[in-house]
Design a protein around this ligand. Structure first.
Ligand SMILES: [Zn+2]
Ligand SMILES: [Zn+2]
Length: 329
């Protein structure tokens, strides 16, 4: 039996359609038939070589919804045909100081789906069963796929932003459109910052209950309690620090950002905090996957056939879609 995948052969080049034998799951692994795989900004960074461990050939994709098609030795708790999700965190060592202290997101020897092991831009994939999550049967595969990264890492960022009522979101893509719904459901006020003059994104944000939407060069109508930056633009760090109140928090939710320009200490002064979010823990995943259906989080998705992965990446890069791009094999 063969499978199809969209493979990165060389950094910076388009993905190419490849056919391979369907791999068999090893010890502790599941083989999944992929139903849908979201396209994340991190996939762009992998393809572009912005991340230091990009070692092609690799199949990107880490927002995988699939069905168990084969169960490896030593795996329990999963049945054939069960719908599961696979996130960015593909495996951890379990023994390093970070793993031992409930910070497996910072593991010294991690495996990342679609980055250091083949991911979900494919008809089939292999995953470590300990890092797969049962998804139940509610909801559409493609509409759930963005939960696996935009949702989970968004959730971790959201938790780090604290309990403040006024939340700013810089970059209104997949993660922000999920968090806006989460925050509204919790009765918080949301302020969205988009590319300058991107009125389509601003209208989209307002349609999700965002109270104010403007360009990232604008100041919000009042100081914010916290801001989360998803756009990979370093200049947004001083902009967001300027927009938060004394003691406010700025969280950088992306894996890569252009250089941060120097800024006056006064922007950080008065106990403002600046922090990055790296990866996710399985606990983040369990929490969010339980919370999202309760909050009625619905993803706006644009579907692409697997073979159009390059078009999906290009549309994401150019900001030509609202919500999330999802590949459906
Ligand atoms: Zn570890
Ligand atoms: Zn991602």
């Amino acid at each position: 039996m063969t499978m199809r995948c969209m493979q990165l052969d060389r950094l910076g080049e388009p993905l190419r359609l490849r056919e391979r034998h369907v791999p068999q799951p090893g010890n502790g692994e599941l083989m999944l038939a992929v139903s849908a795989c979201g396209v994340c900004r991190t996939d762009l960074h992998v393809v572009d070589g912005d991340l230091t461990h990009s070692k092609p050939p690799i199949v990107p994709g880490h927002e995988i919804v699939g069905r168990v098609a084969a169960v490896g030795q030593g795996v329990s708790g999963f049945r054939m045909g069960e719908r599961v999700g696979v996130p960015w965190l593909g495996a951890t060592c379990g023994v390093c100081p970070y793993c031992r202290e409930d910070a497996e997101n910072l593991c010294n020897a991690p495996v990342f789906t679609g980055y250091t092991r083949d991911g979900g831009f494919a008809t089939h994939t292999i995953a470590d069963a300990r890092y797969c999550f049962p998804l139940g049967e509610d909801g559409n595969d493609a509409e759930i796929a963005p939960w696996l990264c935009a949702g989970l890492i968004g959730w971790r960022s959201y938790r780090m932003a604290g309990d403040g009522r006024a939340l700013g979101l810089y970059g209104f893509g997949a993660a922000a459109h999920i968090l806006a719904q989460v925050a509204r459901w919790q009765g918080r006020r949301v302020f969205a910052f988009t590319r300058k003059s991107d009125t389509a994104a601003q209208d989209f944000a307002r349609s999700l209950g965002v109270e104010w939407a403007g360009g990232s060069d604008e100041m919000p109508p009042e100081p914010l309690d916290a801001a989360i930056i998803f756009a990979p633009v370093g200049a947004l760090v001083p902009a967001a620090l300027k927009a938060v109140r004394k003691g406010g928090r700025v969280i950088c939710g992306g894996i890569h950002m252009s250089d941060i320009p120097s800024f006056p200490y006064a922007l950080l002064w008065e106990e403002r905090q600046l922090r990055s979010v790296a990866n996710l823990t399985r606990e983040d995943a369990r929490e969010f996957l339980q919370f999202a259906p309760q909050a009625g989080v619905r993803c706006e998705v644009t579907r692409y056939p697997l073979e159009q992965a390059n078009e999906a990446l290009a549309d994401l890069r150019e900001g030509r879609l609202q919500g999330a791009a999802v590949l459906v094999p």
